[in-house]
Design a protein around this ligand. Structure first.
Ligand code: ADP
Ligand code: MG
Length: 304
């Protein structure tokens, strides 16, 4: 059943501790707090019907949403077929993270609907949604424990063998084994003893262990150290394989791989299509990728 349902408050102590150490102001504390708010809901407040096992056909249907009176998403529509990988690309403040949080039911749309396999998420219990839709962000990733503990967080209760298998499956095993104490290496506060690339590999292994049907990467892999780029990219490809994915990233190599991209500007979708088509033209996407990465868009042709 839902990995999420297996989280007990005891297992969340690391998150709570980290959140407390950092203080309420930091992004991570806020994210951890949001998770806790959901988990702390008495069962009767997690209303709705459990989402049955899904294939992962995701539809965002004319969704508008605002924090208080300020609307930040306006009639956003997008779709990913089961197993499809779509991108949401846009400048900072465009509303990407807000949209990603709606997809995991942190929030409920003000109007419009988000459906998975035709089931309206706002009618499903939060815990059942989290069991099949996983959000990976840049913040709130590692807590002060060992590498193994951090990976196991993806599915509490899993065995050492399962933890190692997940790391192998994303190609992180070699890097982890090369650390001072291997899987028993202490990562430090927020993973501070590891490089950015190492942290991301561990986060990706954790997601692999969680094994969601739909995976959402919200800038989960932005500033990878050059020596780890290829390993991290391979890990993402392995993690996404066979799952529906929504990716927020400006890494051109990653964007080129996607089946479809949607460009979000001030809370509106202003452009969508296949990256290979958009990147060759005079598009907002090409502009955004170039501005944010300095990479020149030269997509390889013939990719699907
Ligand atoms: P992006 O991820 O594209 O940078 P966000 O979704 O984080 O964009 O933010 C979109 C808009 O919503 C911004 O104007 C931001 O200031 C605002 N916003 C984001 N989170 C909150 C929040 N928790 N409360 C109020 N406003 C928010
Ligand atoms: Mg964001």
């Amino acid at each position: 059943l839902a990995a999420f349902a297996l989280f007990s408050k005891r297992m969340l102590n690391p998150v709570r501790d980290v959140a407390n150490q950092l203080g309420q102001a930091s992004d991570m504390a806020v994210s951890a707090q949001r998770i806790l708010e959901v988990l702390d809901l008495p069962e009767e407040e997690d209303t709705g019907t459990p989402l049955p096992p899904v294939q992962g056909h995701l539809e965002v249907d004319r969704v508008s949403f605002g924090y208080g009176d300020t609307e930040v998403l306006h009639q956003v529509s997008l779709e990913a077929l089961p197993g499809e990988h779509i991108g949401v690309i846009g400048a900072s403040g465009a509303g990407k993270s807000t949209l990603m949080q709606l997809l995991v039911r942190f929030y409920t749309p003000g109007s419009g609907a988000i459906r998975i396999d035709g089931h309206d998420l706002s009618e499903a219990t939060r815990s059942s949604v989290r069991g099949q839709v996983l959000l990976v962000t840049q913040e709130a990733q590692l807590f002060d424990g060992t590498v193994a503990e951090n990976i196991r967080f993806g599915r509490p209760g899993s065995t050492d063998e399962e933890v190692i298998a997940a790391a192998r499956a994303v190609g992180a095993d070699e890097v982890i084994s090369g650390l001072k104490d291997g899987y028993q290496t202490k990562v430090g506060e927020r993973g501070s003893r590891l490089s950015v690339g190492e942290r991301q590999l561990i986060a990706l292994a954790r997601a692999m262990l969680a094994d969601p049907r739909v995976i959402i990467l919200d800038e989960a892999v932005s500033s990878v150290d050059p020596e780890r780029q290829r390993t991290v990219l391979a890990a993402i490809r392995r993690l996404l394989e066979g799952r529906t994915a929504v990716v927020v990233a400006h890494w051109l190599t990653l964007v080129e791989d996607l089946d479809q991209v949607f460009v979000l500007e001030d809370g509106r979708i202003v452009e969508h299509g296949r990256p290979v088509e958009l990147l060759t033209g005079d598009s907002r996407l090409a502009e955004l990728c170039k501005v944010q990465t300095g990479e020149i868009a030269v997509p390889t042709t013939g990719r699907k």
